[in-house]
Design a protein around this ligand. Structure first.
Ligand SMILES: [Zn+2]
Length: 296
């Protein structure tokens, strides 16, 4: 059987070792990671615009939302085209939202940073793939949630399926050796976290008299997190998000002179923030807790 995991590991190991010796190789690898991330960022922009409007992200080609002009491939190159066209449609010159540029650049830079961090602390290369997927998904979910107060299932479910498949192809990423154990472990993590949070959200709704304490979209988002960054990471993200959310809500309540229960706060951006902290500092956070445990 073709060992995809082995080939990928070899490529990663080679790129990093060669990169340390030859800066040109490292630079090329980092550039490739940026370009790869920027392409995914470009696709994410399509998702962010179309998914809340219930439009297909695959069937219709990219077009100007103002004049309907079909965007040619050379005007659709991530980051570059936006700069060349100075953020305007080639035909009608209507300015595009700066979101297109921001999402592409941020995704590209995040892919580079995740690669570098994993290489620096000896995280498995399989983790890099799962973290890339997690970051891509979280950026989209947070953006859509902040704007429309929903997290589309059209975004969550495919990502969940892909993350479970990745756990099968690269079982090492979830601490397993055989493909089916990787899949079972991923399924179990997603089910455990989502199941627990679903019950929690039902109880919350009862206590809050029908208002959602935790939306269903957030429950599913945490299922994806459990597979991609692990159950510890998911718990940390929720914990950090709750604290940040309460602080944000209190500040908003004081500013608007209304009680904190009067307005809904999109939760996904806060969970995403917690998850990004975990992706970059999770191993140190774990070590810190182990250290505290050790002291007692
Ligand atoms: Zn146009």
């Amino acid at each position: 059987m073709l060992n995809l995991s082995g080939i990928y590991f070899f490529a990663y190991d080679w790129a990093f070792r060669a990169g340390l010796e030859y800066p040109a190789v490292l630079f090329s690898v980092l550039f490739a990671a940026f370009a790869f991330g920027a392409c995914w960022g470009s696709f994410l922009n399509v998702c962010i615009w179309r998914m809340p409007r219930r439009e297909s992200v695959v069937s219709a080609p990219s077009h100007c939302t103002s004049c309907g002009y079909d965007i040619r491939w050379y005007d659709n190159i991530p980051v570059v085209s936006y700069l060349v066209l100075r953020g305007k449609c080639r035909k009608c010159r209507t300015p595009y939202s700066c979101r297109y540029f921001v999402v592409e650049v941020v995704t590209g830079l995040a892919f580079v940073a995740i690669f570098l961090k994993a290489a620096a602390v000896n995280q498995t290369p399989q983790t890099v793939l799962l973290y890339w997927l997690a970051f891509w998904y979280l950026l989209g979910a947070a953006w859509i949630d902040a704007k429309h107060r929903i997290i589309p299932d059209d975004l969550t479910f495919p990502v969940l399926v892909i993350s479970i498949i990745l756990s099968g192809v690269f079982p090492e990423a979830v601490g397993q050796k055989v493909w089916w154990k990787g899949v079972v472990s991923a399924l179990a993590s997603a089910a455990a976290v989502s199941g627990f949070l679903y019950v929690f959200s039902l109880i919350g709704r009862k206590l809050a008299k029908g208002r959602d304490a935790l939306g269903l979209g957030d429950v599913k988002l945490c299922g994806v997190l459990a597979v991609t960054i692990g159950i510890f990471g998911c718990c940390f993200s929720l914990f950090a998000a709750s604290i940040a959310g309460i602080i944000y809500g209190t500040v908003l309540a004081v500013k608007r002179r209304r009680s904190i229960g009067r307005f809904a706060i999109p939760f996904a951006p806060f969970i995403a923030g917690g998850a990004v902290i975990w992706m970059f500092a999770g191993n140190w956070i774990l070590e810190f807790f182990r250290h505290i445990n050790h002291l007692q």
